[in-house]
Design a protein around this ligand. Sequence first.
Ligand SMILES: NC(=O)c1ccc[n+]([C@@H]2O[C@H](COP(=O)([O-])OP(=O)(O)OC[C@H]3O[C@@H](n4cnc5c(N)ncnc54)[C@H](O)[C@@H]3O)[C@@H](O)[C@H]2O)c1
Length: 319
Amino acid sequence: MVECDDGRILVTGALGQIGTDLVQSLREIYGSEMVIASDIREKPGHPCIINGQYTNLDVLDKDRISKIIRDFNIKIIYHLAAILSARGEENPDLCELINVEGTRNIFDAAREFDLRVFAPSSIAVFGPDAPKKAPQLTPLNPTTKYGMTKVDCEILGMIYFEKYGVDIRGIRYPGLISWKSPVSGGTTDYAVDIFHAALSDESKYECFLSAETRLPMMYMDDAIRATISLMDAPINSLSSARCGYNISGLSFTPKELVFEINKKLPDFICEYNPDIRQKYANSWPDSIDDEFSRNDWGWKPEFDLETIVNEMITNLKKS
Ligand SMILES: NC(=O)c1ccc[n+]([C@@H]2O[C@H](COP(=O)([O-])OP(=O)(O)OC[C@H]3O[C@@H](n4cnc5c(N)ncnc54)[C@H](O)[C@@H]3O)[C@@H](O)[C@H]2O)c1
C-alpha cells in the first residue's frame, strides 16, 4: 500500500465518472481525512463533497495548486481533470488547454513539491495504423484531438520522470462502465447510458455507435483496483510504459451488450443511429495487449460481461 502517513492525497476532477469511485475507494483505504477531493465545479450533495474534505480547484490556476498542496500537506495527486473525447472534438482548443496545460501545471507542482502523480491516459492514443489488438509499443498516431493530448501527456510524463525524477504513473484506460456517476462527453458513454435507458419506463435506447463496433471496455471496480495497484507498485518494478500502461478488461460490441441485457430485461429494445462518435471509435483498437502491466505490476482483470451486466442492473435498481 502507498505510504501516505507523511502527507495527504489530492484528487483533481474528482466529481467526474472516475473520481466519484476513486475518491470513495481511497477514503476507505486511507481514511476520509487523508483524501482531498477537488474539481472546477460545484455539485451539492455529491458523495465526494459530503463524505470528506472538498475544495474548488481549476487545474489551470498554478497558484491555487501550490496553495492547496501546502495547506493540505499533499504528497500524492490523482490528476483526473480533463475534457473527454467527444467534448474535446467539439472544442479542441479547450481540450488542448485543460488536458495538456492542466497536466503540465500538475507535473510542475509535483516537481517543486516532490509528489507522486497518477495521470491517466486512454486507448484514444492509438490511431488507425495501430494493430487492432493494440500492443504496448506501437506507433501512436491518433486522429482525434483528445488522443493527441493524451500522447502529449504521456511524453511529458516521461520527460519529467527522466529529466527531473518526478514519479509519474499512468494507465491507458479503455471505456469505463460504472453506475455511481453519470457519463458525458466520451465515445464509450453508450455502455453506461444504455443501462439507464434499459431500466427506464420506455426500456428503449438509441445507440450512437453501430451494432458491430467492438471496443475495449472495463468495469469501474477493475479500473480502480488497477489504478491503486499501479500507484502501490515499487518504483523499480515499472518499465518505460510507466506513463501509459495498456490494461485490458474485455471487448464487446453494442449488439453483444444488448444480448446480455436482454437476458435480464427481455423487453429492452436498442436501435442504432451512429453519429460522429462512430468515426472516433473506428480509429481505435478493438482489444488491448496488456503484457507489460501483467508482468510489471501483476495486473489481472476480474469482471466479464455477464458479471458487469448483473452488477449494473442490480446497483442501478437499488440507487
Ligand atoms: N471514463 C472513461 O471511460 C475514460 C477512458 C479513458 C481515459 N479516461 C481519462 O480519465 C480521466 C478522468 O475521466 P472521467 O471519465 O472521470 O472524466 P469526467 O469528464 O467524468 O470528469 C472530469 C472532471 O474534470 C473536471 N474538470 C474539467 N475541467 C477542469 C479544470 N480546468 N480544473 C479542474 N477540474 C476540471 C470536470 O468538472 C469533471 O468533473 C481523464 O483524464 C480521462 O481522459 C477516462
